[in-house]
Ligand binder design. Structure first.
Ligand code: TXA
Ligand code: MG
Length: 329
């Protein structure tokens, strides 16, 4: 299987593969016509840059220029793993890969199939999440075939992805590192290693002139078809609010789904799914459940908010982006 995937990559075709975060749709990052196929298959806007996946730390020097000192410390600690760094790009990286930016996002994934594919191909792989534009990222090979089947050359099935939300993206081109997307490596872990970290205002839910630093943020992402309502507050208050909303929407003949963080709690909704009670489990199940709710054609999904500590920051970021409405009580 890997051998066939390697041949396809070398021929400039697209191959979906598992990583420890979500499935990616890979192609030769240095071949503009191969990269174009990724954008076409996903229906992705051309100004949203791709992450380049490598297997050998030495590749960093080929792909990036003006690499700041702090980089070594960060990759030493977090690579291979769910951390993507943004650096000034070198000349060999085509503009189509970076969405026209003069920076490049690079990551070294920690997944056997991903590592093997990159290593055997001997090529850095541009790979966004392997979902159709605007859909939740795939955590199963089936999600990839549901979205992109027939549009891509091959899917390597590595089962369920471990983390379930995407990598953390951190920009190292400024004086102080800036978190552009919370993800698999936590903000606390990065702060512990390097001290001060700026947080892109969009992560805090603010509008920002810095949008150009992280083009991915301006798009409504991770969106199921149903309307997602995020409810934050104490468990007791959230439960009460959910009951009220279920009655209200039922009266309007709406199909209501609930993504619950309390294992045995029963609601009067049309569909209740337990997403997990620990942050790790919630991250691992989140995108799959969004897809399951969609498959059942619910109109509304009520989601319990969780703490933004640790992996919770990334989880809440994804839920917020999917949300049509947020209620804090
Ligand atoms: O976990 C992940 O990161 C997965 C797996 C497949 O590695 N990939 C992924 O890729 O989530 P994608 O394309 O769905 O998200 C990439 C994010 C986008 O928000 C994009 O805007 C940002 O990284 N990004 C890429 N290059 C950038 C750059 N040069 N400057 C700022 N942000 C960049
Ligand atoms: Mg994506």
């Amino acid at each position: 299987m890997i051998r066939q995937a390697v041949q396809l990559i070398r021929k400039g075709e697209t191959v979906a593969f598992p990583t420890e975060t979500v499935y990616g749709l890979g192609a030769d990052a240095l071949n503009p016509s191969a990269v174009k196929k990724i954008f076409e298959a996903k229906g992705r806007p051309a100004d949203n840059p791709l992450i380049v996946h490598i297997q050998d730390k030495e590749d960093l020097k080929r792909l990036a220029s003006d690499i700041p000192e702090i980089t070594e410390k960060i990759i030493e600690k977090f690579w291979p793993g769910p951390l993507t760094i943004v650096l000034k790009k070198s000349k060999i990286v085509p503009k189509i890969t970076t969405g026209g930016l003069n920076t490049v996002a690079i990551r070294m994934p920690k997944n056997k199939i991903a590592s093997l594919l990159i290593k055997e191909a001997g090529i850095p792989l541009a790979a966004p999440s392997a979902n159709f534009f605007g859909r939740p990222s795939p955590t199963l090979a089936k999600h990839v075939s549901d979205d992109l089947g027939g549009r891509i050359s091959m899917i390597l099935d590595g089962g369920k992805t471990k983390i379930g939300i995407e990598s953390t993206v951190i920009d190292l081109t400024g004086k102080t590192p800036m978190l552009l997307r919370p993800g698999g490596v936590t903000l606390e872990q990065i702060q512990k290693l390097v001290g001060a970290v700026k947080i892109h205002p969009m992560i805090k839910g603010k509008k920002s002139k810095l949008i150009h630093r992280s083009p991915g943020m301006k798009y409504k992402h991770y969106s199921p078809n149903a309307k997602v309502i995020l409810i934050e507050g104490s468990t007791q208050n959230v439960n009460k609010k959910i009951s009220q909303l279920v009655s209200k929407f039922k009266k309007q003949q709406k199909r209501v789904g609930i993504m619950s963080t309390q294992k045995n709690r029963i609601y009067k909704a049309d569909m209740t799914r337990f997403v997990g009670s620990s942050t790790d489990k919630i991250a691992a199940n989140l995108f799959r459940l969004f897809r399951e709710f969609d498959a059942q054609k619910v109109d509304i999904i009520l989601v319990h908010g969780i703490s933004k500590k640790g992996l919770g920051l990334g989880v809440m970021n994804r839920i917020s982006k999917a949300a049509h409405k947020k209620i804090r009580i």
